[in-house]
Design a protein around this ligand. Structure first.
Ligand code: MN
Length: 192
């Protein structure tokens, strides 16, 4: 059984940038629902129940499941893994990651230019989804967005940073102002 991960910090810890009410609903309701639905979708696949979430998503497309079952596991498994990663990178105890900063600077020229490109990916994504900084299979950094709960793990990419741009991630505090949410995300993020 997959479990909802506990946060290493309080729902209030990212105030004033990300508000406690959104954090609580997002983690205890939305994320919990993905966990519950993933467990339901896995009921008929005992052989997949022992895989951790990263293994499941990495392998899923090679398993020859019927398309409906595969899509359910991509949606709910992605919902679990993406949120796990989002809470982890937002941990206020995180320290600036100098190696990551160096790799970003090498690839994109500067941290500021990287932030601009990532922000653009998050802002221009149409509908529900996520923006990502990943390391691809050739160890190159890439920025892109994915729809719904699609995870870069499906492509064999390693997530380095992400932002959730589903409306549930920001609507309560920022309503339709996704740009303002992204600005506050950068303020909350300690890694870079
Ligand atoms: Mn979300």
């Amino acid at each position: 059984m997959h479990q909802l991960i506990k946060l290493n910090y309080d729902y209030t810890a990212l105030e004033p940038y990300l508000d406690a009410a959104t954090m609580e609903i997002h983690h205890s309701k939305h994320h919990q629902t993905y966990v519950d639905k993933l467990n339901q979708a896995l009921e008929k696949f005992p052989e997949l129940q022992t895989l951790n979430i990263e293994e499941l998503l990495t392998k899923i497309k090679s398993l020859n499941l019927n398309p409906q079952d595969q899509q359910a596991l991509i949606n709910f498994g992605g919902g679990v893994a993406n949120h796990n990663f989002f809470w982890q990178i937002l941990d206020p105890h995180n320290q600036p990651n100098e190696q990551l900063q160096q790799e970003i600077t090498t690839t994109f020229g500067s941290l500021d230019f990287f932030k601009e490109k990532f922000t653009q990916a998050a802002l221009s994504h149409f509908g529900s989804g996520w923006a990502w900084l990943v390391k691809d299979q050739e160890q190159k950094l890439q920025i892109y967005s994915t729809s719904n709960q699609d995870s870069p793990l499906l492509l064999g990419h390693t997530p380095l940073l992400t932002i959730d741009v589903w409306e549930h991630a920001y609507y309560l505090k920022f309503q339709n102002r996704r740009a303002e949410f992204i600005t506050n995300y950068w303020s909350a993020l300690k890694l870079i």
